[in-house]
Design a protein. Structure first.
Length: 119
């Protein structure tokens, strides 16, 4: 047996891949509020549903934050988001960052798309 051969299925590597924590930051024009009485936005409901579904599947391996335009400090704190809003305006929303990088702009995300990106 050759000890210098790489171990492809080393248990520690598998555990590290499974335990990698992913962070999502979502910037939207308006965060849905069930108490406000506003008509629900179907695209926003789809986005929130996708986030919740992925969270249920990954548990603690995923954390997400959703920021609305009423929380401008969050938009300013993220330099890339600030530039996107300045250069492209509100039409770029929603913007989804996955682990600090832009994952999607101006479109809703699909569950399978997001899960595949997190593998």
């Amino acid at each position: 047996m050759n000890d210098s051969a790489p171990r492809l299925n080393h248990p520690q590597r598998r555990r590290e891949r499974i335990l990698k924590r992913h962070e999502l930051e979502v910037f939207v024009s308006k965060v849905p509020c069930p108490c406000c009485g506003d008509a629900p936005d179907p695209e926003m409901e789809k986005l929130m549903s996708a986030l919740q579904h992925v969270k249920e599947r990954l548990g603690d391996a995923m954390v997400y934050k959703v920021h609305g335009l009423n929380n401008l400090s969050a938009f300013r704190e993220n330099a890339e988001m600030s530039a996107i809003l300045r250069n492209e305006g509100h039409s770029a929303l929603p913007v989804v960052f996955l682990d600090g990088k832009v994952f999607s702009k101006a479109t809703s995300i699909e569950v399978e798309q997001l899960l595949a990106a997190m593998e």
